[in-house]
Design a protein around this ligand. Structure first.
Ligand SMILES: Cc1cc2nc3c(=O)[nH]c(=O)nc-3n(C[C@H](O)[C@H](O)[C@H](O)COP(=O)(O)OP(=O)(O)OC[C@H]3O[C@@H](n4cnc5c(N)ncnc54)[C@H](O)[C@@H]3O)c2cc1C
Length: 511
């Protein structure tokens, strides 16, 4: 098979690239699940853009840099914030519907406020912004004659010849693997947060892009900066359900399961401290109490407020037998966002010629050590577009390359359940919110043990490649965490000194 542009992943980054590239050649979009099964569809808060009165890209830039705790790529941040408005307008022209201020004479976007932003600048569609963006993008790509979509096709390896990416090896669900030759390849495979036991991410987020990029030798950085969201529902029937920070904003209280309020023991702002501080305090209380979860208490809030402000949460909790008007909600902090990834420049170019990356799999440097709320959809949009702009003029000629696999990805059968459960526990316990030197060392050793088991054990089934990618992503997170010798932003090792880049700890938060 041949195509001009091969896009791996159908979230906001991949589809933005596809739509822009389609004006310049044939595009093939592949995804391992159905088209809209993406992290993008799960995004709630919205897209950050300095489009409100009294706001400016300079202020957005300043907030982003403070959150990044001194580790942002300043050139990339400026590019991001200066391109927010045109990229948002493109999305609106495409058909994405955002909320407008009711009754205003001229259409005026309703702008939300989130942690770390000095102005209201979150463009949203109720609390389902990602779903609406994905809807608009998928409808648009389906209409494009130049775009072919291949669902349920797993990208097993990127292909390489003379140091250049020449396409990929795909494994469609009910047929044999096929090599696709492309003139430019966009890696838009999203996050690796499924390597953790608790995560807000959907099951597709297995870090495949990190495994694929590592196997072909692309540079990867900042993977130690994994952002944890403090309040994710802890319930057998409803995993990964995020309970928005707004609940605490409206007066929700965090308690131990014995009813003790604890946040003021850690920070004078109590439940409203930045998320990394809240997550760390929760981690300490979980260890201290020896319990698997804590409680978020809304029972003292007026019933009317709960019903009007949190209808989706109320619906979800009621469906699993929790009445938030009477019962405390069991919650745990969960891995939410991968700030690092495959290194790219302003045009989405990786260190491997003809291979581009954008979205959560990429590390443009805009997040530094801690992502500012709602900058991630924006990053995927801005750099997905800039990559297409570059690729249209610099796509190489077709050539036949060889698939570059991780040694592990040759495992054909993976006993995913037990194996992956062990990996997720190691990551959560030793490489989670608070790390220490011994724990990181043990994690590195345990992951190597798992890796050698995976190579030897032919009982393994399902996707050996996916499991291999998870191991590789976990390895890299641990390695980068060991290499980071100072506490900064989201990386906290209790054997190191107090955090540097205090800005991140004061402001850092995200949706
Ligand atoms: C609950 C939640 C709430 C969030 N809220 C916000 C918010 O309000 N604002 C914000 O800015 N960000 C938010 N985020 C983060 C944001 O949603 C993501 O960073 C962003 O959507 C990532 O987009 P992406 O295109 O990079 O990847 P994704 O949207 O995750 O798409 C990845 C694609 O790659 C495909 N894929 C992966 N591996 C392979 C493979 N091997 N072969 C083929 N296909 C593959 C997947 O199937 C999928 O199609 C939130 C995230 C979560 C989980």
């Amino acid at each position: 098979m041949q195509t001009d542009f091969l896009v791996i992943g159908s979230g906001i980054a991949g589809l933005t690239f596809a739509l822009k590239a389609a004006a310049h050649g044939k595009v093939l979009v592949v995804t391992k699940s159905e088209l809209s099964d993406t992290n993008t569809s799960w995004a709630q808060g919205g897209v950050a853009a300095a489009v409100g009165e009294g706001d400016s890209w300079e202020l957005h830039e300043e907030d982003t840099l403070i959150s990044g705790a001194g580790l942002c790529n300043e050139v990339a941040v400026r590019y991001l914030v200066q391109n927010a408005k045109p990229c948002l307008e493109w999305l609106i022209d495409l058909g994405a519907r955002f909320d407008y201020v009711p009754g205003s004479e001229l259409p005026q976007l309703q702008l939300g406020r989130e942690g770390g932003h000095s102005r209201n600048r979150i463009v949203h569609h109720a609390d389902q912004s990602g779903w609406e963006i994905e809807r608009a993008l998928t409808e648009a790509v389906r209409k494009q004659e130049n775009i072919r979509i291949l669902e349920y096709a797993f990208c097993e390896a990127l292909c390489e010849r003379n140091g250049r990416c020449t396409g990929a090896l795909l494994h469609p669900k009910d047929s044999d693997p096929v090599t696709v030759s492309s003139r430019a390849t966009m890696l838009a495979t999203g996050s690796c947060c499924q390597i953790y036991r608790f995560t807000t991410n959907p099951p597709i987020a297995t870090g495949d892009g990190i495994g694929l990029a590592s196997a072909i030798g692309a540079k990867i950085e900042n993977m130690e900066f994994i952002q944890f969201h403090p309040t994710t529902l802890y319930h057998r029937e409803a995993r990964n359900f995020l309970i928005t920070e707004a609940v605490r904003g409206e007066g929700g209280i965090l308690r131990t399961i014995h009813g003790r309020r604890f946040m003021f023991d850690y920070d004078s702002r109590g439940e409203l401290a930045p998320r990394d501080i809240v997550a760390r305090a929760m981690h300490a209380e979980i260890l201290k109490e020896g319990v698997p979860f804590l409680h978020l208490d809304m029972t003292h809030l007026p019933e009317e407020k709960i019903k009007s402000h949190f209808p989706k949460i109320l619906e979800k909790l009621t469906s699993i037998g929790i009445d938030p008007m009477r019962d405390p909600i069991p919650v745990v902090p969960a891995a939410h966002y991968q700030c690092g990834g495959v290194s790219t420049d302003l045009s989405g170019r990786t260190s491997v010629p003809s291979l581009y990356a954008a979205g959560e799999v990429a590390c443009t440097g805009v997040h530094g050590a801690n992502r500012l709320a709602s900058n991630s959809l924006l990053e995927a949009l801005v750099f997905g577009a800039s990559a297409a702009d570059h690729a249209k003029d610099h796509a190489s000629e077709h050539s036949a390359g060889e698939p570059r696999r991780l040694p592990l990805s040759t495992v054909r059968k993976v006993e995913v359940d037990g194996f992956i459960r062990r990996l997720k526990r190691i990551m959560m316990d030793k490489v989670g919110i608070v790390r220490n030197n011994l724990g990181l060392k043990h994690a590195a050793e345990s992951i190597e043990e798992l890796a050698s088991e995976a190579q030897q054990d032919d009982r393994f089934h399902v996707s050996g490649a996916e499991a291999g990618n998870m191991i590789e992503a976990a390895r890299i997170v641990v390695r980068h965490a060991i290499e980071r010798k100072v506490n900064v932003g989201l990386h906290y090792n209790s054997d190191l000194g107090p955090p540097s880049g205090e800005g991140a700890n004061r402001q850092g938060a995200s949706t």
